[in-house]
Design a protein around this ligand. Structure first.
Ligand SMILES: C[S@@+](CC[C@H](N)C(=O)[O-])C[C@H]1O[C@@H](n2cnc3c(N)ncnc32)[C@H](O)[C@@H]1O
Length: 279
């Protein structure tokens, strides 16, 4: 384990390294495999590799180590796309000193080095790839993308867990994301928590289980149109019946994460009182 001020570098079971954030008290990836997770929870289930478009736009929420863009780039080396535009959202360049120490010792390093260099310089353009780094609160960056009317073909939604990073899991943020994606676009995420599933449904998404063979936990995939495997009404009613499914809310995309979490606890408390008095 290597240590720097904000992150510890931890090896995961597939041999790739992840960062443990001291601020969030959380590892950025599954211990079963950081790079495996990028492929199996984002790139493959997003179905972006099946797209027949020549130009694709990808929204990467929570750049972290940059493995989601890296995994996408590695899977599209056949150059089936003429142009891949990736918008990577991250607070700051604070993790640079840690990710600059990470290597794969295989052909991924050629592209990983380009991504890391771009992270430092705000933009990276090579071959058919453009990575646009947007620093600051991702909620502001998403509002900015919505004003610029950029429409996305895949969303890799990869913040820290809902309990620790509630501002990126709210109904209201999902609504804005819904407004900047195409009809058939998939949003992929590793979380299957009831509150984020209901949050997506309230924001107008159809959702389903994201299952992968090589990792134990399921996640969620979401799209603006129904898809093979999207939940039926019965399954959705079951989610809404659970008090735990009360979602995070942040109407103006401006509350701090503690307020968002406390408001949710209060909404659940009120609901419990209502349920008691009506039974
Ligand atoms: C789980 S990690 C991302 C892992 C990453 N996708 C990877 O492959 O390494 C979550 C990232 O989201 C960033 N993040 C969390 N909340 C944010 C916010 N409100 N705005 C911008 N970035 C945020 C964190 O700094 C962290 O790098």
């Amino acid at each position: 384990m290597l240590v720097n001020d904000s992150y510890n570098i931890i090896e995961t079971a597939d041999g790739s390294f992840s960062l443990y954030s001291k601020e969030f008290d959380q590892l950025m990836h599954a211990r079963e495999g950081a790079y495996t997770e990028a492929l199996s929870k984002h790139v493959f289930p997003s179905k972006i590799l099946c797209s027949t478009d020549k130009v694709i736009n990808i929204l990467d929420i929570g750049f972290g180590t940059g493995y989601n863009p890296l995994a996408l780039i590695m899977q599209t080396r056949d150059k089936k796309f003429e142009e891949i535009n990736i918008y990577s959202l991250e607070f700051s360049k604070e993790s640079y000193s840690s990710i600059s120490k990470i290597k794969f010792d295989d052909d991924k390093d050629i592209y990983f080095d380009k991504i890391k260099e771009g992270f430092l310089n705000n933009k990276s353009s090579f071959e058919n790839v453009n990575i646009h780094f947007m620093f600051g609160d991702a909620r502001e960056s998403i509002k900015n993308l919505s004003e610029r009317k950029i429409y996305f073909d895949a969303v890799f939604h990869d913040p820290f867990s809902p309990a620790k990073n509630s501002e990126l899991w709210t109904v209201d943020l999902f609504k804005v994301i819904g407004s900047i994606i195409k009809d058939k676009t998939f949003l992929t995420t590793y979380s299957s928590a009831l509150q984020i599933r209901r949050g997506m449904i309230e924001a107008g998404f159809f959702i389903g289980d994201l299952v992968c063979d090589n990792l134990p936990k399921t996640g969620t995939i979401a799209s603006k149109t129904p898809f093979d495997g999207s939940f039926d009404k019965k399954k959705i009613d079951e989610i809404f019946k659970e008090i735990l499914s009360v979602p995070y809310r942040d109407e103006n995309l401006s509350l701090c994460r503690d307020e968002i979490s406390e408001n949710r606890i209060e909404e659940r408390r009120q609901l419990k009182i209502q349920n008691k008095s009506s039974s």
